[in-house]
Design a protein. Sequence first.
Length: 194
Amino acid sequence: MFNKIVLAGVWVMFVVVGVQVAQAQAFGTAHGETPALEIGANYDFFHANAPPGACGCFSMSGGGGTLVFNAPHGISAVADLSGGHAGAVDGTSQNITLFNYVFGPRYSYRHLHHVTPYVEGLVGRSMEISNYAYVQQATALAVLGGGGVSMPITKLIGWNVEADYVYSKLPNAVNDNQSTLRVSTGIFFRFGPR
């Protein structure tokens, strides 16, 4: 129940902040300007370690969203929500859905003409829902580290590509360590110059 309340609160925050910024500032930024806020929607591909008794790894597909508050000197505050699902893991009847909600700082190198590379380190929670006999639903600490490249397309829209390592303490009946590679790509909307 607590997780559902947190998730609903985060999604409400996305909507409220987006509406406030759109009303208070110009929508979009000129070439070379840093937006005050970026709201993104991504396709996410996950490659994760397999459940006990199965072979090494499995893949999941899903999606997510990001909320980025840009500050001076390349520093940003990031909220990242992502989820993925896999059915018939390694040819078994097992299925799994993972949801990560993490928050933290990002550093962007904003001195290149057409691209902005960035690195980030985020901390939060990971939630698992599965039909495994040993765990059907659990939440645990999640840590995400990685980076990517964002590219403005127009004053309003940009595109990003990102790769991250996600570590969580979700139970797995062996050592309760989950390692996941996440590759994301998607568009983001740029709100007002900073």
